[in-house]
Design a protein around this ligand. Structure first.
Ligand code: HEC
Length: 162
């Protein structure tokens, strides 16, 4: 009798897996991505006014890029408008980027590589789900040129470029 009820529970669990709809799992992926983006400091750099507003920026404005550069021996780079970028590249291009990009700070590629592939996919799914918004990303400025925007200077030596 006891075995029969255990089997019944196992059978019920097995049945419940395929019952999860693909919309449901997509919603879970997006929710996970939002959590990871919020905690992953992405907004600190990629969302205008994030720090100044103590994080009180509506989610509709998250990840739209910044005009405050990061200047170091590599030149000056700007946090990209990821909302736009993720409509130009596929999920697999994003995954490849995380695997292969390195070089100059401050983008946290090395931290992203600590995440599982599913978590990396979740970040893409969430940011894509927000739709396109914000101005195009600013191009980087070569080291010898003075940027015309405000910038933060990074004095630590750059790691070797790969
Ligand atoms: C300390 C600042 C900083 C943080 C934190 C940060 N980024 Fe970035 N990010 C940058 C800068 C600057 C660039 C442009 C230079 C580069 O690509 O390395 C960039 C570039 C990018 C790009 C564009 C790459 C390309 O070439 O198209 C993506 C996508 C991106 N970041 C996503 C994220 C995500 C997701 C997070 C959070 C997990 C994050 N960033 C956290 C500063 C940051």
């Amino acid at each position: 009798m006891r075995y029969a009820s255990v089997i019944a529970v196992v059978a019920a669990l097995a049945l419940s897996v395929p019952a999860a709809s693909s919309t449901g799992s997509q919603a879970a992926l997006v929710a996970r991505g939002r959590y990871l983006v919020a905690f992953g400091a992405c907004n600190d750099c990629h969302t205008p006014g994030w720090r100044e507003a103590d994080g009180n920026v509506p989610v509709s404005k998250w990840m739209t890029g910044s005009t405050i550069g990061f200047r170091g021996p590599w030149g000056t780079v700007y946090p990209a408008n990821v909302r736009e970028r993720f409509f130009q590249i596929s999920e697999s291009q994003w995954l490849a980027m995380v695997r292969t990009r390195a070089g100059h700070p401050p983008m946290t590629w090395e931290d992203l590589r600590a995440l599982s592939i599913d978590d990396r996919r979740a970040i893409y799914a969430f940011i894509r789900s927000l739709g396109k918004d914000g101005p195009p990303s600013l191009p980087s400025v070569p080291p010898e040129r003075e940027p015309t925007t405000p910038y933060i200077t990074i004095v630590a030596p750059a790691p070797p470029t790969r």
